[in-house]
Write a protein that binds this ligand. Sequence first.
Ligand SMILES: [Zn+2]
Length: 211
Amino acid sequence: MALATTGALALAAIGGPAMATVASGAGRQTAAAAATRTAQSGAKTSAGRVSSDRAAARKYAATVKQAAAVAAPGRAQWSAPVPGASLSEAYGVADSQYAAGYHTGTDFAVDSGTAVVAVGDGTVVSAGRRTSYGNTVVVRLSDGRYALYAHLSAFEVTAGQQVRAGDRLGLSGSTGNSTGPHLHFEIRTSDVYGADVDPLAYLRAKGVGDF
Ligand SMILES: [Zn+2]
């Protein structure tokens, strides 16, 4: 009996017409029926587990969404350096006029006197002249990256100042080694020349796309 039940169970587990063959005698029919019930309840348990996993996933997604809402209570966490400005030279373009051999930042086409803003919360590392960069503001961002704004015509922050995303840092210009008014903007992993990363990829990863 136990053997028959085991056999029926195994077949029931496979689930198929083989069940009819097993259920020939009355006793076997009972065993088969019990096995079927067991298999069905097993299937139910399994289905229940799947649906509970889905519920857990939904709950997790809701929690993540909630956390994001808490982190952004109406204030933008990240911004373009000049929201809406168009690009005039891309990052990484090979050019021997640069010491690195390529363009270490992204250029934004803006007239002199255009406000440039903090792309994220952070601390102003320096606001002063940096050789070919001209008047430059560097902000250490909350994630440890550095944002650099070059060729400015005026400063509106000083070193050590805390800034939040969207706060004005100064005005664009054409100081230093520049052929005309524009903002040269860099994102760096440390505040040294050549530690640059793709600024637009960085901003896009933060959800910024208005450029
Ligand atoms: Zn540039």
